[in-house]
Design a protein around this ligand. Structure first.
Ligand code: UDP
Length: 328
C-alpha cells in the first residue's frame, strides 16, 4: 500500500485530497496545525484504518515514521484576510515549512508536490497567465507575505530538484471553491454567499470590474492527482479559464440564492489583481486535463453545503477589515 503525507489536511483543499487518496487505496497521513483548518473537514476519516492524523506545525522539524511514497504540501493560510492576520506564519509555512518537507522527501526518497498559486503572477501584466510569465508582484505589499513565500517555495523546490535530483511537482492553483471552504475566510465566494444567506448587502471591493476565474474543487483535485503521477517537474496551472467580473459574479450569487439584498461598494484592497485567468494549455496537453464542472453546477453544490451549516456557523463573523491596509 502506497503511503502519502498531506500537509494542511484539515483545510479546504487538503481535506479533499485526503478523501481522494483514501478512495484510491493509499495509506494517508494527514498533518495540520489547525490554525486555519478544522477537524470537522476530516472527522469522517478518523475511524478508518488507513488514515492517521498528526497535529503538527510543518514550519518546525517534521518527523514521520515509516516509508513515504508521496508528500503533498498544502499547509498555508490562503485567503487575503488570513495572511494579513497571520503574516509571519504565512511566510514561515511557505519557506521553512517547504524546506522541512523537501528534507523529509529527500530522506524518504519520496516524490513531493507543492501547492503554489496564481499569486506568483501578482497583478499580472500578461493575460491569460501562462506558466512562463514571471509575474508582477509587490514584495512589500500586504499580499507579499503569501506571494513571496510561494515564489520562494517554487525556487527551493526547483533547487532540490536540480541539486538533489528530487522528484518534485509544482501546481499553480487559481481561485477554487466548493464545500468545506470557510464561510468567513474573507474570500469573495463564501463572502457573497454568506451575505446573501444572512440577508446582508453584498460587499464589492472597488468597482467590481476586476476579474477572477473559479474552479470547482473536484476538478482541481483531479488535476493535482494527475500532475503528481505525471513525470513533469515544471509548474503547471490548474484552474478554470471561465473568467467573470466580480460585479457579474455578485449578480450570479444573488440570482442563485434568490436573494434581493443590494450591493454595497467598498475601497479596493492594495495590490488586488485586476485580471486573473489561467492559460491551461500545458495541463490540457500534458495531463489530458480540463475542468468539467461549470459554475452554475458547482455553485449549486456549494450553496447547499453552506446552507447545511448551523445558524451559529453562519452568523460567526471574523472581526477584521481591510480598511487599515488601504493605501492612502
Ligand atoms: N472581493 C469583493 N468582495 C468581498 C471579497 C472579495 O469584491 O467581500 C473581491 C476582491 O477584492 C478580489 C476578488 O473579489 O478582487 C477575489 O477576492 P478573493 O479574496 O476571493 O481572492 P483573490 O483572488 O483576490 O486572492
Amino acid at each position: 500500500m502506497k503511503r502519502v503525507l498531506i500537509t494542511g489536511a484539515a483545510g479546504f483543499l487538503g481535506s479533499h485530497l485526503c478523501d481522494r487518496f483514501m478512495t484510491e487505496g493509499y495509506y494517508v497521513i494527514g498533518m495540520d496545525n489547525l490554525i486555519t483548518g478544522s477537524l470537522k473537514n476530516i472527522e469522517h476519516l478518523f475511524p478508518l484504518e488507513n488514515f492517521e492524523f498528526y497535529h503538527h506545525d510543518v514550519s518546525n522539524f517534521v518527523h514521520v515514521s515509516g516509508d513515504l511514497d508521496y508528500i503533498l504540501h498544502f499547509a498555508s493560510p490562503a485567503s487575503p484576510i488570513d495572511y494579513l492576520k497571520i503574516p509571519i506564519q504565512t511566510l514561515k509555512v511557505g519557506s521553512l515549512g517547504t524546506h522541512n518537507l523537501l528534507g523529509l522527501a529527500k530522506a524518504k526518497n519520496a516524490r513531493i508536490l507543492v501547492a503554489s498559486t496564481s499569486e506568483v503572477y501578482g497583478d499580472p501584466l500578461v493575460h491569460p497567465q501562462t506558466e512562463d510569465y514571471f509575474g508582477n508582484v509587490n514584495p512589500i505589499g500586504p499580499r507579499g507575505v503569501y506571494d513571496e513565500a510561494k515564489r520562494f517555495q517554487e525556487a527551493i523546490t526547483m533547487a532540490y530538484h536540480r541539486f538533489h535530483n528530487l522528484e518534485t511537482r509544482i501546481v499553480r492553483i487559481f481561485n477554487t471553491y466548493g464545500p468545506r471552504m470557510r464561510l468567513n475566510d474573507g474570500r469573495v465566494l463564501p463572502a457573497f454567499i454568506g451575505q446573501a444567506l444572512r440577508g446582508e448587502e453584498l460587499t464589492i471591493f472597488g468597482d467590481g470590474s476586476q476579474t477572477r476565474a473559479f474552479c470547482y474543487v473536484d476538478d482541481l483535485i483531479e488535476g493535482i492527482y494527475r500532475l503528481l503521477l505525471s513525470d513533469y517537474h515544471l509548474p503547471v496551472n490548474i484552474g478554470n479559464p471561465n473568467e467573470i467580473t466580480i460585479k457579474d459574479f455578485a449578480e450570479e450569487v444573488l440570482k442563485l440564492t434568490g436573494s434581493n439584498v443590494g450591493i454595497t461598494y467598498r475601497e479596493l484592497p492594495e495590490n488586488d489583481p485586476t485580471q486573473r485567468n489561467p492559460d491551461i494549455s500545458r495541463a490540457r496537453e500534458l495531463l489530458k486535463w480540463e475542468p468539467k464542472v461549470d459554475r452554475a453546477e458547482g455553485l449549486k453544490i456549494t450553496l447547499e453545503y453552506f446552507k447545511s451549516l448551523t445558524e451559529e456557523e453562519l452568523t460567526k463573523k471574523e472581526h477584521f477589515s481591510f480598511d487599515k491596509y488601504i493605501k492612502r
